[in-house]
Ligand binder design. Sequence first.
Ligand code: ADP
Ligand code: MG
Length: 368
Amino acid sequence: MATIKPIEGRSVHQIQSGQVIGDGLSSAVKELVENSLDAHATSIEVRFKNYGLDAIEVVDNGDGISRDNYESIALKHYTSKLTTYEDLENVQTFGFRGEALSSLCALSILTVITATKEDAPKGSRLEFEVSGKLKGTSIVAAQKGTTVISENLFRTLPVRRKELERNIKREYTKVLGLLQAYASIKTGVKFSVYNQPPKGKKTLVFATKANPTTRENISNVFGAKSLAALVNLELEFEMQSKSRPPVSGWANRGGESKKVKISGHISKPIVGEGRLAPDRQMFFVNQRPCNLPQVSRAFNEVYKQFNVTQSPFIFANLQMDTNAYDVNVSPDKRTILLHDQNELLESFKASLTELFNNHEQYVPHTQL
Ligand code: ADP
Ligand code: MG
């Protein structure tokens, strides 16, 4: 029988990194875009080379990385955003585990070019070893901000690499969906997405301006015509707290009722009028794009009572206390655990039904 022995440290790192980047291309891009947002970028450019198979580049105009942090940014569990487990309850940034850059080092060739306000117009180009250790730095011309380049994703995990190559068109479509979600929800941030096919030239896929409203973002991403089919979604309701033990900050405030605000855009339930809107559903919790299959089902259920022929375009941002959910459930943080999901769904369905029942008064503002 084979003897039981520990897996070599480097392999463990690669296996774990494969889990952090579990959703392949979309996880990698998501992590990089979130880092740019965490760094207060107001302009984010995502460049795919060969749909992401050759390279993913994310260029931002954010804070940049200070020299003291060059050594540590790609080391596992080094983060500038969180220090204790308790901080997790109140985490506001997208990132907090210090795993993304470390994982991308283990899975691809990672290069970072960065300059802080003080450094510009000079910056540093950083290269890393597979372990995340800084391999070399050189001085380059750079504006304030950070560019992260990840080449040859999954080069160290041949099976995942083959899978990515086989499914690249599907992965690319999925990652565009995710980028559309970020570009739609983030006001004041200019997004541009480019792809350069192997033999073709770099082409713009979509872009937003640094718009003040999500309506304008949606117009940039999905086309101005789609707006005519949409009504604003504004719901506010309170969930009556039941018998949950007082563990969260909420319950500690003495069984207060909990406010949930849902704002966004949905295609008009009037038959025929929602047709121009694309068949897309995007959900966010406090502006964090996430998968909320139960909330989506509830939306569709109510919508069906008013319109059986179309499925709605939904752009819905759930705003609630950060104690009301847990983002630390899945490695890519796309799955969110809502603590009082059933109560939320019941209250939500009731208020959406009421909104649709009154939709004559619910004047869609179509001007931009
Ligand atoms: P996390 O986001 O969980 O902190 P990451 O591995 O994604 O972990 O990033 C590690 C650190 O590198 C971040 O905490 C941040 O300090 C720095 N960093 C990464 N990307 C950027 C960026 N685009 N702009 C500024 N700093 C960045
Ligand atoms: Mg991060």
